[in-house]
Design a protein around this ligand. Sequence first.
Ligand SMILES: Nc1nc2c(c(=O)[nH]1)N[C@H]1C(S)=C(S)[C@@H](COP(=O)(O)OP(=O)(O)OC[C@H]3O[C@@H](n4cnc5c(=O)[nH]c(N)nc54)[C@H](O)[C@@H]3O)O[C@H]1N2
Ligand SMILES: Nc1nc2c(c(=O)[nH]1)N[C@H]1C(S)=C(S)[C@@H](COP(=O)(O)OP(=O)(O)OC[C@H]3O[C@@H](n4cnc5c(=O)[nH]c(N)nc54)[C@H](O)[C@@H]3O)O[C@H]1N2
Ligand code: SF4
Ligand SMILES: [Mo]
Length: 722
Amino acid sequence: MRTAHRTCPICDAVCGLRLTLDDDDRVTSVKGDQDDPLSKGYLCPKGASLANIDSDPDRLRHPLVRKGDEWHEVSWEEAFAAVETGLRGVWDKHGRDAVAVYFGNPTYHTMAGFTYRQPLSQSLGSKNIYSAATIDQMPKHVSTGLMFGDAMAFPVPDLDRTDYLLILGANPVVSNGSLCVAPDFAGRLKALRARGGKLVVVDPRRTRTAAIADEHLTVRPGTDPYLLLGIVHTLFAEDLTTIGVDVAGLDDLRALAADFSPAVVSPVCGVPAQTITRLARELAAAPSAAVYARIGTSTAEFGTVAQWLVDVVNILTGNFDRPGGVMFTRTAALEVFRTRQPFTLGNWHSRVRGLPEIMGEFPVATLADEIETPGEGQVRAMITIAGNLVLSAPNGPRLDRAFADLDFMVCVDPYLNETTKHAHVILPPPRILQTPHYDLMELTVAVRNYARYSPAIHPLEPDQRSEAEIMARLTLIASGQSADTDPSVLDEMIVGGLLEAFVNIPGTPIHGRDPVSVRAELEGPSGPEVLLDALLRLGPYGLTLASLREKPSGIDFGPLEPRFGELLCTASGLVELAPAPLVADVARLLSRLSAAPADLLLIGRRQLRSNNSWLHNVRSLVGGSNQCTLQVNPVDVARLGLGDRAVVRSASGAVEVDVEVTDSIMPGVVSLPHGWGHSAPSGAVAVAHAGVNANVLTSELVIDRGSGNAVFSGVPVTVLPV
Ligand SMILES: Nc1nc2c(c(=O)[nH]1)N[C@H]1C(S)=C(S)[C@@H](COP(=O)(O)OP(=O)(O)OC[C@H]3O[C@@H](n4cnc5c(=O)[nH]c(N)nc54)[C@H](O)[C@@H]3O)O[C@H]1N2
Ligand SMILES: Nc1nc2c(c(=O)[nH]1)N[C@H]1C(S)=C(S)[C@@H](COP(=O)(O)OP(=O)(O)OC[C@H]3O[C@@H](n4cnc5c(=O)[nH]c(N)nc54)[C@H](O)[C@@H]3O)O[C@H]1N2
Ligand code: SF4
Ligand SMILES: [Mo]
């Protein structure tokens, strides 16, 4: 018997887990790690099922090559050679832009996903770079980029100290939080109330988060920017602003908000005018307050405007960069990557729809256009890393057809599924417990300054390759090296490049040193771990990989502290309160004030025992309440004459689904979770709990103008009885 420590890699809460293994090294129990200073023993049902997720017999063990409809297990050498041949064929015929890459959600968690993302994107030399960001948080990148200059400088609500929390479009009791790393989010919200604080939740559904709040306000999907403008209007009209940072554009902002009084916005968003006024007063009067908004407000047609207004309210009420308000994490490893360059976007544009590049990528919503539209630069090959776009992207069925038409596709993924079935080659990473973990990206938005590293628990078998090696080899192939090049060549280039840059920067711990001798001091069992060692040594806490290994439950560096001055990097040197692209979008909001609302709007929801599209093959996580149902208010059930089953139709497509009658959803709104709609060759358990694909109904043509982000909240639909 032995005990092993492990960070849960599944969602943004990064809980510390403690595993017990028997004499055969099989996991016999998974518990929350009581000694983890951030998660303090918390875990959710997914973490408790980590061993089942890890040992799912349907996970691929060997690389696969597809010939027609048949899959063949091949050696790694054959697989990489096939990738080289496939990609090279497309490059030779059609040029570099003809190969696209998609980085899916798990790449934000894995060390390999972080380490090789830039190198692979750069080596590909393609404009067709896509990621989960544009079906998720791109609006937040754009708003923070435009306001603060740094598109990665996400303000984090100071959950454990705030006196007042306004949550819009997030259900952290179920999702466990997002862009706000706070294990046991529910416990932290209860603690807020126990210390006399107030929690207000704005959501079209009475979620589990709304159920533990002081106040739940229903809002019509997609209208949060109106509600927020109503709050901004009141803050100005009643002279309630107390601004603690140097800002530009205050007068422009005041003028903009003048058109959006609570009385004007109330009929549109559905929140009573006096409530909007009271929210503004309460936010301004609270000893400290934070506004936090996520998916419901981000994957919406005015997603970027909403994210901007959230921080506008935090700034106007004096709650920016101070305890109890919103603050900025000081990360152990990634401070060196904080940008000092003002954010720009639109440095190039997509070929078909002319959409601007943002952070070096194009919106997922235009990927099918780029594959289907003939001409120079047409995408003919696809690389997906940890993504299942047929289920995750708006109008997934169109991508399903587009992928089937590609000349070549390679997927780095442990599963055969709705997307990877189109691959010519699948390169499966090893099991979770065979993989080291440090949540580089997530820890940039933690509610406390904290670090935790987990080495691999199980060794690789001789016939397996680490995800790091897979990614390194892909990168080498993309940079024109042959498929059998030693991947450590790339790892040394990556870490060497970092050290060479930092020995030249005054004030860094290695300034003036010889990069070769610094490299000699680094250690780690894999390329990403050596890189982590370097990043930790360059970081603010003087850590090393070895020092983290000695503290397997993680290290706490205390609560967040004011530090915005270090991050601000706009051209003006001021916080931009009224960036031009957002001001322009407010004019569109104004023009829509009198638009007739749709009869019925579709929104999504998350489920505790799901994680997007990939946990439905794990028996302990499906069934019971984890079902793909359409939630409908009893008023709408009666009005539409619905029975057990219904057909939901949108401009994009139609699905037939089980109806769940519940008054937890407001009338005029229906909710369908995403990530379902499984079919062979997905695993048998997933197929037995197939559900329907919510993204049959969403549209790739309707996007948030500010960011190109997909719109999943507020899709007009009709619902008919079957
Ligand atoms: N259990 C579980 N946890 C997860 C995931 C999962 O699939 N399952 N996914 C992970 C990922 S990738 C992410 S990005 C995070 C997301 O984490 P959250 O942002 O917390 O996501 P949801 O739980 O979907 O909550 C979104 C809420 O927005 C509401 N909503 C929809 N439209 C609107 C609107 O127009 N306005 C307002 N105000 N509300 C609206 C929905 O009813 C829903 O309750 O969760 C992560 N954690
Ligand atoms: N309608 C609607 N659609 C949505 C959303 C919504 O709220 N509503 N939410 C959106 C959001 S926020 C997100 S983030 C996206 C997520 O969409 P995707 O980026 O497609 O991510 P997942 O659905 O989580 O699929 C993850 C894939 O990675 C594989 N995988 C799992 N672990 C690993 C690993 O360690 N390495 C590798 N290489 N692969 C791995 C899985 O087998 C699976 O194929 O979906 C978006 N789609
Ligand atoms: S909340 Fe997220 S990180 Fe924590 S155990 Fe559950 S899935 Fe894992
Ligand atoms: Mo996400």
